[in-house]
Design a protein around this ligand. Structure first.
Ligand code: HEM
Length: 398
């Protein structure tokens, strides 16, 4: 830098915003930040928050400048592995590619759709007609878990174990206080998973199928076993909460907008209902990237070593793109959203999630219970800063 090079100012620093606010009512905060401070260092989070859609996309599309390889997160400790979500370049591509054959359009149609349809039939048929039921534990969680066991090649895992492991891995990856007790839970869950994966790998070597574990262990040049296991763990940590929360969010959005719900059922607008639901309340609200070189965003100096947090939840409500983005509206013009991320780490399960909810679960559930209602909309509370969805969804099934 020469003496006459103007130095961009640091981004403003906020010491008022709390994690609790971002957990309970994030959208009010993000709306203000988009208008007043779209690049803001937030003390409570220890990161620079980016709330405008063009900035969040720019960061995720530029992995050389904004790396996923952030060594300061507890994820590595929680997973007992450096996972593909925290890798860049060729290393990331190799591990993502190892799992990719399980996610092809052909496999989704030929393998997973028939299995998922059967699971949906089974799980919807056990719901009691005429009663008010919380669809979180009664349907959304178990359905997401059971579908995932098949995709991953571990159908011997129970729905309860899958949901428990998923939550423990998520809690561990978010254990920024480095609490020993939480990591001890992670260790116990990792032991259970590793034992199960070893037995399942043996079975799949003898009798291969299209599942993620099978394609990885039977590959001509397999990635190391430790990485095969960590890929499966990433999918467990990242493949249950999101479809579960998306399903509950979409149903809530439809039930508080009966005119939209009627149109969706009449014209089979399930894909629109799905896309609008994940835009409205993104199941994964934020992601972090490590800055590899001094740079600037919106005229602010972003130093090497800083961690920026892309708030895709906020990007999906950005006034530059959406009118009344805070409202669920299946009729809004189709515009790209960022709920599945951008760039090399774009969600690997996007098409699986669309298929399981938009093509299978939503139409089936609404066919079986065409007059389902939400007896007390005010009782439904959305919760979460990193991941977000309704804490419960009591629905009267008719
Ligand atoms: C509505 C449902 C879902 C949403 C909204 C969602 C969202 C996301 C987002 C935003 C990311 C990127 C995170 C980042 O950039 O750091 C991601 C990554 C990922 N998702 Fe999903 N996801 C969903 C369902 C699933 C499912 C069903 C699976 C099944 C296995 C899955 C597997 C993955 C994997 C493996 C990654 C890591 C990809 C990589 O790092 O290359 N997701 N997801």
């Amino acid at each position: 830098m020469t003496l006459d090079t103007p130095v961009a100012p640091e981004a403003p620093l906020d010491d008022q915003i709390t994690i609790q606010q971002l957990t309970l009512d994030p959208y009010t905060v993000y709306k203000r930040l988009r208008a007043e401070a779209p690049v803001l260092r937030v003390k409570a989070v220890g990161r620079t928050l980016l709330t405008k859609a063009s900035d969040t996309k720019y960061v995720k599309d530029n992995p050389a400048l904004f790396s996923s390889n952030d060594p300061n997160t507890p994820m590595q400790r929680a997973f007992r592995a450096h996972t593909l979500m925290r890798k860049d370049g060729a290393e990331h591509a190799a591990e993502r590619g190892a799992m990719a054959p399980a996610f092809t359009a052909r496999n989704i149609k030929q393998c997973w759709e028939p299995i998922y349809t059967q699971i949906a039939e089974d799980y919807v048929s056990r719901l009691p007609r005429g009663e008010t039921v919380d669809l979180f534990p009664a349907l959304a969680g178990p359905f997401a878990a059971r579908c995932l066991t098949h995709l991953l090649g571990i159908p011997e895992a129970s729905d309860d174990d899958m949901q428990r492991w998923s939550q423990i891995l998520i809690d561990g990856a978010g254990n920024f206080g480095w609490a020993d007790a939480l990591f001890a839970q992670c260790d116990a869950a990792n032991d259970e998973m590793d034992t199960l994966f070893a037995a399942a790998s043996e079975r799949l070597r003898a009798d291969p199928d299209q599942s993620a574990l099978s394609v990885m262990v039977n590959a001509e040049d397999p990635i190391p076993t430790s990485q095969i296991y960590s890929n499966i763990k990433i999918a467990i940590g990242g493949g249950i909460n999101e479809p579960r929360d998306a399903l509950l969010t979409i149903l809530y959005g439809l039930m508080i907008n009966p005119d939209q719900f009627a149109a969706v059922k009449r014209d089979a607008l399930w894909a629109d209902a799905f896309e609008e639901g994940v835009r409205w309340v993104a199941p994964i609200q934020v992601s972090s990237r490590l800055v590899t070189e001094d740079t600037e965003i919106r005229g602010f100096h972003i130093p090497k070593g800083d961690t920026v947090m892309t708030i895709q939840a906020s990007a999906n409500h950005d006034e530059d793109i959406y009118e009344d983005g805070h409202l669920y509206n299946v009729f809004r013009p189709k515009l790209p959203h960022q709920a599945f991320g951008n760039g090399p780490h774009f969600c690997q399960g996007t098409h699986v999630a669309r298929r399981m909810l938009a093509n299978i679960m939503l139409p089936l559930l609404c066919d079986r219970f065409p007059n389902m209602t939400l007896p007390d909309p005010a009782a439904v509370q959305f919760y979460g800063f990193g991941f977000r969805g309704p804490r419960s969804l009591p629905v009267t099934l008719n």
